[in-house]
Design a protein around this ligand. Structure first.
Ligand code: SF4
Length: 334
C-alpha cells in the first residue's frame, strides 16, 4: 500500500537527493554496511574521505577478511568512536566463519552482527537488497516526529511510537529511493536547527509545518562535558616512539597511546636529551580530555618492563596502527 508521505519523499529524492555520495555508487551490502557504520554519530562531510580511503584499501568483503583489528583501527584513526571499527572487525570475522564470507541477506542475521542495530540492519535491507524495512536514524526520527506531531514522553514510549510510525510510513515499492530520500530530507531540509518547510515536499500534511521550531523536539542538547585529566610521558628517539596499547574500556580501547604517568611503567627522565611539555584539550561525545604530555627525547630505545603491549614503534609505521587523533597530531611533529 502506498502513502502520500513515501510518494512525496521518493519524488523529492529523485529530483533533489544526494545521489553523488560515494556510498551511493556501486551499491553492495558491504559498502552500505561500512557507510552506515561510519555515518552513525558522524556527519556526512566528515565520513566521505574516510569512506573513500577505507573502500580503496578494502573494496569488498574478501579484501577485509584478512585485516587485523590494528589495521582497521589504523584506517579509522581520526574518525572517532573506535568501537565501531572494532565491531566491524568482529562482524567480518563472523561473516567469514559463519556465512562463508558472504554478507548475510536476512534481516535477523544482519541484526546479529556486532555494531548493527535495527535501523542499520533496516538500511542495509532497504538500500542493498531493496526490501521494504523501516529505519529510524536521528534524521528520520526528526522528520517523522515533526511530520506526525509525535509528542515527547518517556524515551521508551517515544521510540516505540516512532518505530510504529516509521513502519507505517515507509514505502512498499522503491524502498531504495525512499530510504535515502527520508535520510536526505532530515539531513538537508528538516534539520535539527532549521525547518525549511517552504522547500519541503511534506509541507501540506506535516503537523509541524511552518510552526516555530519546537525546542523540546529532538534538538541536540548542548551538554556540559565532564573533564578528565590525562598525564602522558611520550618517550621517543630520532626514529622510534614508545607506545602502549590502551586496555581501558571507556574510550580509545586497543588504540596506541604514550605511557600514562600512573601506569607503573618507569621512565628515567634523567637520561633524556631534552624534555618538553604540551597541553591539549580534546572533546569526546561525553568527555573533555585535558591532556598533558611530557615529551622526552632519548638517544636510543631502552627496555621497558610491563605486562602490557609496549613497543618502540618506528615513526614511519605510525600510519599503520590505530592512534587517537590528538595523540597522532603530536606524533607527526616529532
Ligand atoms: S514541513 Fe517543515 S517540519 Fe514538516 S517535515 Fe518538512 S521541514 Fe520538517
Amino acid at each position: 500500500m502506498s502513502n502520500n508521505f513515501s510518494e512525496k519523499i521518493i519524488s523529492w529524492y529523485l529530483e533533489k537527493g544526494r545521489k553523488d555520495l560515494p556510498w551511493r555508487n556501486n551499491i553492495s551490502p558491504y559498502r552500505v554496511w561500512i557507510s552506515e557504520i561510519m555515518l552513525q554519530q558522524t556527519q556526512v562531510k566528515t565520513v566521505i574521505p574516510y569512506f573513500k580511503k577505507f573502500i580503496e584499501r578494502y573494496p569488498d568483503i574478501d579484501s577485509i577478511s584478512q585485516a587485523s583489528e590494528d589495521e582497521l583501527l589504523a584506517i579509522w584513526s581520526g574518525l572517532g568512536f573506535y568501537k565501531r571499527a572494532q565491531n566491524i572487525f568482529k562482524a567480518k570475522e563472523i561473516i567469514k566463519n559463519d556465512f562463508s564470507n558472504k554478507f548475510p541477506d536476512k534481516f535477523e542475521e544482519i541484526l546479529m552482527l556486532p555494531g548493527i542495530g535495527r535501523s542499520t540492519a533496516g538500511a542495509i535491507m532497504a538500500i542493498a537488497y531493496k526490501k521494504s524495512y523501516p529505519i529510524l536514524d536521528a534524521n528520520v526520527k526528526r522528520v517523522i516526529t515533526r511530520y506526525s506531531g509525535i509528542d515527547e514522553f518517556s524515551k521508551t514510549k517515544l521510540d516505540k511510537a516512532l518505530w510504529l510510525e516509521s513502519t507505517k510510513l515507509k514505502a512498499d515499492k522503491k524502498i531504495f529511493e525512499y530510504t535515502q530520500g527520508v535520510m536526505d530530507l532530515g539531513a538537508t531540509v528538516c534539520t535539527a536547527k532549521n525547518m525549511n518547510c517552504k522547500n519541503c515536499p511534506l509541507n501540506k500534511e506535516c503537523e509541524s509545518a511552518f510552526k516555530s521550531l519546537n525546542k523540546g523536539l529532538l534538538l541536540p542538547k548542548s551538554k556540559k562535558l565532564k573533564k578528565e585529566k590525562m598525564d602522558y610521558v611520550l618517550a621517543y628517539t630520532l626514529d622510534k616512539i614508545l607506545l602502549i596499547k590502551r586496555d581501558k574500556k571507556r574510550f580509545w580501547q586497543s588504540l596506541w597511546v604514550p605511557i600514562e604517568k600512573n601506569s607503573g611503567i618507569i621512565i628515567d627522565h634523567s637520561k633524556a636529551e631534552s624534555i618538553n611539555k604540551i597541553n591539549i584539550s580534546h572533546k569526546l561525545s561525553h568527555l573533555e580530555l585535558v591532556i598533558s604530555v611530557s615529551l622526552l627525547k632519548f638517544k636510543k630505545p631502552f627496555d621497558v618492563l610491563s605486562n602490557s603491549e609496549v613497543y618502540w614503534i618506528n615513526k614511519i609505521d605510525i600510519d599503520n596502527i590505530g592512534v587517537p587523533k590528538p595523540i597522532k597530531d603530536i606524533l607527526v611533529t616529532l
